[in-house]
Design a protein around this ligand. Sequence first.
Ligand code: COA
Length: 325
Amino acid sequence: MNRGRTGSERIAQKPLGRVALYPPDGCAPAMDDAAIALPVRAPILTPPRHPARRGPIFNQRTAMAGEYEFLQVERKDGIATVVVNRPEKLNALNGATVAELDRVFRSLRDDDEVRGIIVTGAGEKAFVAGADIGELAKMGPLSGVRTSRQGQDAFRFIEKMPKPVIAAVNGFALGGGLELALACHIRVASENARFGLPEVKLGIIPGYGGTVRLPRLIGRGRALELMLTGEMIGAEEAYRIGLVNRVVPQVELIGEAESLLRKIMANGPIAVALALESVDRGLDTTLDDGLVLESNLFGLLAATEDMREGMQAFLEKRPAKFQGR
Ligand code: COA
């Protein structure tokens, strides 16, 4: 893609004395204030393997107990549920939680047993009430950039997952919490969910992708209203403006997210992965480049056994049995 860079992109790519800010599309982890990161575009496509190749123990509910301090991770029947688990702080994202989110999604991407992911918050009050203000209060300019890039990198990884990721928003989704939900592919909300970007009330701006993703999702004017006032909106309003895909009573939230995921997981997994990739890359390029990408991915799918199986099954009036190859 050949497009003109904005001033901030040019600045972001240029080392400033000892310090380099990170490139807009970089995937490099923030190391220290002097690190110079190269722009890297990681390949998105790592198609999930099919259930036929699953191990025998997968149907048991297994928690990866002890692996994470601030997350609970459960896997059941192809769905991994990641629960941000700091209910006493309304699941606010401290740096350690962001690092754990980054780690768990890397492991889930490469886990052939997992074909869909739900992200939610512990308790009934909050999804995630933002970045941890106690930690943010101590940051300086350089650690501020680093904090922002760490969150952005972790959330971008989620957005680029080749498997569907659904945010089940079960309460407050504020600041970094809304930004986490925005990085997921689909958002389902409980009736008590509340959404907002209150950063300006703290004298900062959203730093985990909110200024970039929210206008893309709901339009510039609505996004700016939320961002500039810092006010919250409820679930119905979030649905009305297209911020969430559906709203259900809280007791039905996880079931609704699971049933949505199962509908997706019944489809060809390579097709699902390439649809995610085409939308992700297509939204960030010109119309013509997006169309070229789409036709190349479309053609690639014609090389899969899944395409033959999907069409054959239709013609034979039976459900398809996709193998993920
Ligand atoms: N960071 C750190 N701690 C947070 C937090 C955050 N983003 N959000 C909530 N908490 C903590 C509170 O400090 C409190 O901890 P304490 O019991 O040790 O004092 C606990 O979570 C419960 O929150 P509380 O404010 O008592 O609940 P509430 O029902 O009265 O209000 C909110 C709920 C969400 C309206 C309120 O907590 C809030 O405004 N949080 C900050 C939201 C925000 O600005 N997020 C963006 C950050 S960049």
